[in-house]
Ligand binder design. Structure first.
Ligand SMILES: [Cu+2]
Length: 228
């Protein structure tokens, strides 16, 4: 064996031994934190998955600060490490996590750019379920005139004969100087005015029962809608 090659092999073997003191590799997970470019910040594990939970112990975090407007600031039990906002670059931190919740943020945009993970027995707070949005008020369109006509229609334009109880926005177009449009029923009594022409709008709540709409001047001009 050439002398030079055996030396290389010897050095390689020595390096290997040096890398594995006592033959046991310390449990050290390599994490990667990235901030920027743009308004993004993340901490991922070796598989590239976003870190949400870690075992306690020593980890190395390679932080890639790719933006001169953002930084990576990690805090939690026993740890406070950060890069600078104005600078970019890559640093490696060796950190020891214990049970608890850790947070990383960009200090320039802490509400927008943030992340959290739990270590050991700790768990991340579960986000509050969003309150269910109230169903939007449905639209109703009333009309009276021109001539002897009156109608109440749903948003689709169909004549309203049967409606579900609930909140509605009623818009009435009154095109008659001699009639008004009145809607009356449980909890509702609105009218445009006989001499009035134009549009009026009300927020109303319809309950189960029958609602009638008519002209006060010509009561024969009328209609009804059932609310279920
Ligand atoms: Cu930022």
């Amino acid at each position: 064996m050439p002398r030079r090659l055996s030396l290389v092999l010897l050095l390689s073997a020595a390096a290997l031994v040096f890398a594995l003191p006592g033959g046991a590799r310390p449990a050290q997970n390599a994490l990667t934190g990235t901030v920027g470019p743009g308004f993004s910040i993340s901490l991922v594990d070796e598989s590239g998955n976003l870190v949400t939970h870690l075992d306690p112990g020593t980890h190395t975090i390679t932080v890639k600060d790719l933006s001169a407007e953002h930084n990576f600031d990690l805090t939690g039990p026993g740890i406070a490490q950060h890069t600078e906002v104005e600078t970019t670059g890559t640093v490696t931190w060796t950190v020891t996590f214990t049970d608890g919740v850790y947070t990383y943020v960009c200090d320039a945009h802490p509400t927008q750019m943030k992340g959290q993970f739990a270590v050991g027995t700790a768990t991340l707070p579960t986000p509050k379920p969003k309150p269910k949005p109230k169903p939007a008020a449905k639209k109703l369109a009333g009309s009276v005139g021109p001539g002897a006509r009156i109608a109440l229609r749903t948003a689709s334009g169909a004549r309203a004969t049967s409606l579900k109880a609930g909140a509605y926005v009623l818009t009435v177009r009154d095109r008659s100087k001699t009639d008004d449009f009145r809607l009356r029923g449980k909890g509702v009594n609105v009218a445009t005015g006989v001499a009035f022409t134009g549009a009026k709008k009300w927020k109303i709540r319809l309950a189960r029962g029958t609602y009638r709409y008519f002209s006060d001047r010509h009561p024969a001009l009328k209609g009804a809608v059932k609310v279920r």
